[in-house]
Design a protein around this ligand. Structure first.
Ligand code: GLT
Ligand code: MN
Ligand code: MN
Length: 387
């Protein structure tokens, strides 16, 4: 296999990812960035399927209506010329100082209203470019000072805004789903809806929960010390995996947004396996950026690397499914018991009685070795390329 990406692999990048200029809290930019049409062209040549953007990745916040229209026209032409799509769009509700204490959860009603206005305009822009998924990353929705920033009120304001925007989308007749992206911290000390589980819980409280799902990010669950694979699995189980942000991260660090699969290869393998085996059909979006050390060439090496690693891991996942020794270890690991499963599958008073009357060999249950050391070493062998 050549690991050359094709459109049908559905790889996407944010304009803000390859366009990242290498600024960090301690240092000035190390790169100039690229124009949106150039990124579209370059990513298409590398085999990507599409690009995603925040309103202000494409149209500066200060642009006039005519400037906006000109930029959008050139961008749409670049998409057309390069056979690229925009599956997802989002709003920048974090860079401008107006959002320094939150956007949808700001304690200032004027900021909340402005955030709604900005998002409606950004939704219009996204839909105009073809987006069918709309992401909400509430980077500034949180607090440093719990004394003033009541998290209960914050949740209520957040809910009001998402409910408002769901109705806006329906009122316009748009075909658009929303995906909430959790993150535990950075840039705020504590961000609301910090994990996939919290976002899923919040969605259930909305007026139209069916319209809203999640956009889990590898780095964000990892920052929280959680298993990304488990978070994604829970989203799939809930029918809520509307989008995914693939990247990498060392646990306990600042938000690194590393090249996919560059750091945690085992969770990356099982993420890819989960997506492929579950039949996830959405874009494989890389929300990462080249290291600050890199020049333009390094940016494209980074983009190629994300896609290449995904395809290598996809091949490894297929190998896992076909490998007779791995499958034998898995078969040995899972123990079936038709009689007991008949009792425990669903409740009836007869099943409850049968279970209560059954005599279990508790000691034998505790003594059984499930063979996980063997199974896991097979995975390590697979990843290290010796199988
Ligand atoms: C920002 C953040 C990402 C989000 C983007 C969407 S912007 O770069 O770090 O995780 O997905 O708003
Ligand atoms: Mn991130
Ligand atoms: Mn992200």
């Amino acid at each position: 296999m050549s690991y050359t990406p094709k459109k049908e692999d559905k790889f996407t990048f944010g304009l803000w990812t390859v366009g990242n200029i290498g600024r960090d809290p301690f240092g000035e930019p190390t790169r100039k960035g690229f124009s949106a049409p150039y990124m579209v062209e370059k990513l298409s040549q590398l085999g990507a399927y599409g690009v995603n953007f925040h309103d202000n990745d494409l149209v500066p916040i200060t642009a006039s209506a005519s400037e906006r229209d000109k930029i959008v026209k050139e961008f749409k032409q670049a998409l057309k010329d390069n056979g690229m799509v925009v599956p997802m769009a989002t709003t920048n509700l974090f860079t401008d100082p107006a959002f320094k204490d939150g956007a949808f959860t700001s304690a200032d009603a004027r900021v909340r209203a402005y955030a709604l206005q900005k998002t409606m305009n950004a939704i219009d822009l996204g839909v105009e470019c073809g987006a069918t998924t709309y992401v909400f990353w509430g980077g500034r929705e949180g607090s440093e000072v719990d004394a003033t920033n009541n998290p209960l009120e914050g949740m209520a304001w957040f809910r009001e805004c998402i409910n408002f925007l769901c109705e806006y989308v329906k009122d316009q007749g748009y075909t658009l789903k929303f995906a909430l992206e959790p993150k535990p911290n950075e840039p705020r000390a504590d961000i609301y809806l910090p994990t996939v589980g919290s976002a899923l819980g919040f969605i259930a409280t909305l007026d139209d929960p069916g319209m809203v799902g999640v956009n889990p990010e590898f780095a964000h669950e990892t920052m929280a010390g959680l298993s990304f694979v488990h978070g994604v699995a829970q989203a799939i189980d809930a029918g809520k995996l509307f989008h995914i942000d693939l990247n990498d991260q060392k646990m306990g660090r600042f938000d690194q947004d590393l090249r996919f699969g560059s750091e945690n290869q085992k969770p990356a393998l099982f993420t890819v396996k989960l997506l492929e085996d579950s039949g996830y059909s959405g874009p494989r979006h890389f929300d990462a950026h080249a290291l600050r050390t890199e020049d333009a060439e390094g940016v494209w090496a980074f983009a190629k690397g994300c896609m290449r690693t995904y395809l290598i891991l996809k091949e490894k996942a297929e190998q896992f499914n076909k490998d007779s020794e791995i499958q034998a270890a898995l078969a040995a690991y899972k123990v079936s018991d038709a009689t007991l499963e008949g009792y425990s599958k669903s409740y009836s008073s007869a099943n409850a009685k049968a279970l209560k009357d059954h005599s279990f060999d508790r000691v034998a249950l505790g003594e059984r070795g499930p063979g996980l050391e063997h199974l896991d070493q097979l995975v390590v062998d697979l990843l290290l390329g010796v199988r």
